[in-house]
Ligand binder design. Sequence first.
Ligand code: XMP
Length: 323
Amino acid sequence: DWTTGNVIEEQVAAIREQVGDKRAICGLSGGVDSAVAAALVQKAIGTQLTCVYVDHGLMRQGETEQVEKDFVAATGVQLKVVDAQERFLKALAGVSDPEEKRKIIGREFIRVFEQAQLEIMREDGPEVAFLVQGTLYPDVVESGGGSGTANIKSHHNVGGLPDDIEFQLVEPLRKLFKDEVRMVGQELGLPEEIVQRQPFPGPGLGIRIVGEVTRERLDLLREADAIAREELTAAGLDREIWQCPVVLLADVRSVGVQGDGRTYGHPIVLRPVSSEDAMTADWSRLPYDVLGKISTRITNEVKDVNRVVLDVTSKPPGTIEWE
Ligand code: XMP
C-alpha cells in the first residue's frame, strides 16, 4: 500500500537499476519538484549525481543560500553553482518588453546550464548519460502520457564535445501528485522552507519589474518582497494563499511626503491570490492589519518606494504575474 517510505524504497531501487555505474546530472531551480527529484536520486546513487544551480540574480532574498546551504546540508548532494548574474543583467539591459525578457532569460538559462553540463562531462569519471527531471504525474498526463524513454538533446556546439549528446531521462516523480511530492520530500529530510515552497516563476524577479531590469531595481524589489513574505509568514497566512507576487512599477512614479519633504518614488504592488491550480485565481482577502503593516514597513524601509497598492483583480481577466 501507498506510504512515502514505500515510494522512496521503490524509486531508489529503480533509479539504481536504471543508472547503473554511469553518472547523472540534475538542474535545481529552487522549486519543490527539482529538489525532491534530486534528493531521491542522490539517495539512490550518491556521488554519481551532480546538481547544477544557475544563479541568474533574479531570485528572492535567501533563495540561493537556501539551495547552496540548506539543500546541500540536508542531502549531501554534489552541487555546482554557476554565478551568472552579470551575464543575465547584461543580456537584459535596455529591455522592457515582457515577452522579450522571458525569451532572453530562457535562452541564457539554457546556455549557462549546458555549459555547466559540458564542464561536468569533461571531469574524470563514468559517462554522464542521465538527466534528472522533476516531472509530476499531472505533467505526464497533460503531455499525452509518454513512455518515459524520451531523449532530449543537448543541442549546443560548445567546444570539444559532439553536438548531439543525448541524455536519458530519470523521472522519479512521474507517478506522484504535488502533495505526495511534498510528503516524499519531508520524509527525505528536506527543510520545510523547500518542501512547502509556494510557486515562483522561472524568470524570477525579472518579470516582476515593470520596466527595465537593473541591479538597483532588483535589490529594491528583493527588499520589498522579503518584507511582504516575512509579514505574511508571521501572520500565519502562507498556507492560505497560493502565492503573493510583489511587483515593482519601475516606470511609474508618484508624489509622496515623507519625513520633512516631498518624495517622487515608485509604487510596489501586492498581488496575493488564492487558487487551486493557477489556471484561475481570485484575489485574496487579506486582513487589513496585515496589509497595513506590510505597507508601513515597505514605505519606511525601502528607499525610493513611497506607495504600496493592492491588486484586486481575479484571473481571468488578470494573470497572476504582471508580465
Ligand atoms: P500567470 O501569470 O500565467 O501564472 O497567471 C500562473 C502561474 O505560473 C507561474 N509562472 C511561471 N512559472 N515559469 C514558471 O515556472 C514561468 O515562466 C512562469 N510564468 C508564470 C506563476 O507564478 C503562477 O504560479
